[in-house]
Design a binder for this molecule. Structure first.
Ligand code: ADP
Ligand code: MG
Length: 480
């Protein structure tokens, strides 16, 4: 496939559904809380009973505007809601209230790793319920299905990108940055595995150099970043294969099967007119005043791109800044450590090094551990004041993560403070040289790389407690 790939250009556009973190549903007072008993959050509005009327949740609009602003969108002065006709057992009304030709956000973009990705629109809509396929598996897979409508009516913001991405990696980067943004502005958990953020990937190919896009296939059911990349890669090969064999790509919706690593045809893709959209008669068009928009703009939290820039300004590498920003809890923790005046580079080395490794190993989040920003700042202070070495610091932090003991107490209890007494270290250095006559002779004969060996021996004698600079200086002096 590799050489065939050279012949084609890949075009990708993503539709991302972000579940907005409001307490109640978009048009009903039911709670949006997850994990409660089935069908316990279903008012007559959620059930789509005749005669009930939807009432728009203002917080949903606030979050929609906030997200639009974070995505550099225009917020038109007027938007409206439309009915999109579907039949699904988990959509009792027989239609979904969505926004069609007048969405809440239009014409935005975000910059992702140096590339600008356009955002066509973002619109508000309601989620459907859930089908639970159950019973003894027959030919179709299950004997019967149950419906849980707790999720029906949960607010979603669908963010539609321009077809601006040209590789699976660009698509993944875009999706990651979107997730960062919705998390930092507090509108969505951004959890792909749990479905609070869902993505449909539209993919097409065209001969390199062409400016006429090919027919797209839409891939659903990708619920991790890895799945997104794998599904796109699979789809590119599938489409190239078709075209190379003289066949055509058809416009359709395909499902990604993570276990088999394939996409499968699910249904022919509807065109917009198939949904018979019409303006929702039960909701007034929404006027969004500029004062309202400005009020929200004034409260915009720091965005991930601004965070990365701030961290790089403190001397962090581009890589470190990007990685810490990917995990909001770590980024907030880092900020708290900075507020206590700790050295940013030392702090990030601990956070990205020992702390991150520990969290990964134990499958924990920083908030699940006993480490506090005050504790880490104190530890860094001990290193800077030469009370302990950096290496001892790395041992201590593990204890701090586990039981929250103050670093100064650990140092005292275990006698870990650094030996800076030059006289004492000089004695040790002399002893090491005496005990290793062969190495000493070799060093004197020009094998200078043995310097590190002597340093190591002294550190070993002191269990890592000797001040490395003093050891180096003394060795240089004594070795001549
Ligand atoms: P629908 O709801 O019918 O899928 P949308 O307009 O909501 O339509 O979304 C279309 C998505 O498909 C957008 O993200 C757009 O960028 C993308 N897209 C459109 N044409 C192509 C194409 N030829 N190849 C890849 N992606 C495309
Ligand atoms: Mg679509």
């Amino acid at each position: 496939m590799e050489d065939l790939r050279e012949k084609y250009e890949v075009v990708i556009g993503l539709e991302v559904h972000a579940q907005l973190k409001t307490k109640s549903k978009i048009f009903a007072p039911d709670s949006t809380e997850f994990g409660n008993e089935q069908n316990s959050q279903i008012s007559p509005i959620t059930l789509g009973m005749p005669g009930v009327l939807p009432v728009l949740n203002k917080e949903v609009v606030n979050m929609g505007i906030l997200t639009g602003l974070a995505l550099n969108c225009e917020i038109p002065e007027r938007c409206k809601f439309d009915r999109k006709q579907y039949f699904y057992p988990d959509l009792p009304k027989g239609y979904q209230i969505s926004q069609y030709d007048e969405p809440i956000c239009i014409n935005g973009h975000i910059d992702v790793k140096g590339k600008r990705i356009g955002i066509t629109r973002a619109h508000l809509e309601e989620d459907a319920g859930k089908l639970v396929h159950a019973g003894a598996a027959g030919i179709a897979g299950s004997a019967y299905s149950l419906v849980d409508l707790n999720r029906a009516g949960t607010p979603l913001l669908e963010i539609v990108s321009e077809p601006d991405m040209r590789s699976s990696e660009e698509a993944k980067n875009y999706m990651e940055e979107l997730r960062n943004i919705v998390r930092y502005i507090g509108v969505c958990d951004g959890n792909l595995e749990e479905g609070s953020m869902r993505c449909d990937a539209n993919i097409s190919i065209m001969p390199k150099g062409s400016d006429k896009f090919g027919t797209r296939a839409e891939i659903k059911n990708v619920n991790s970043f890895r799945a997104l990349q794998r599904a796109i890669e699979y789809e590119i090969d599938r489409q190239i294969d078709l075209v190379e064999n003289g066949e055509e790509v058809i416009q359709e919706t395909r499902l990604w099967d993570d276990a088999s690593g394939e996409t499968r045809s699910m249904r022919g893709k509807e065109d917009a007119h198939d949904y018979r959209y019409f303006p929702e008669p039960d909701l007034m068009p929404l006027e969004i005043s500029r004062e309202w928009v400005n009020e929200i703009k004034a409260k915009m939290p720091e965005l991930p791109s601004q965070r990365r820039e701030r961290y790089q300004g403190l001397g962090l590498s581009e890589y470190d800044a990007a990685v810490v920003v990917e995990i909001p809890a770590l980024s907030y923790f880092f900020d708290d450590v900075l507020k206590l005046g700790a050295n940013p580079k030392t702090a990030i080395n601990f956070i990205m090094g020992e702390v991150a490794a520990y969290l990964k190993e134990e499958k924990l989040e920083i908030g699940d551990t006993k480490l506090t920003p005050v504790g880490l700042a104190e530890l860094i202070g001990l290193i800077e004041k030469n009370v302990i070495s950096n290496n001892i610091g790395k041992q201590i932090i593990i204890e701090m993560l586990k039981d929250g003991t103050k670093p100064s107490e650990i140092v005292e209890k275990k006698g870990l403070s650094q030996i800076t007494d030059t006289g004492a270290i000089e004695e040790l250095v002399k002893k090491v040289l005496e005990n290793n006559p062969e190495q000493l002779a070799a060093y004197k004969n020009g094998k200078v790389q043995l310097f590190g060996f002597f340093v190591g021996q002294v550190m070993k004698e002191t269990k890592g407690r000797a001040n490395p600079k003093v050891v180096n200086d003394l060795l240089k002096k004594l070795l001549g």
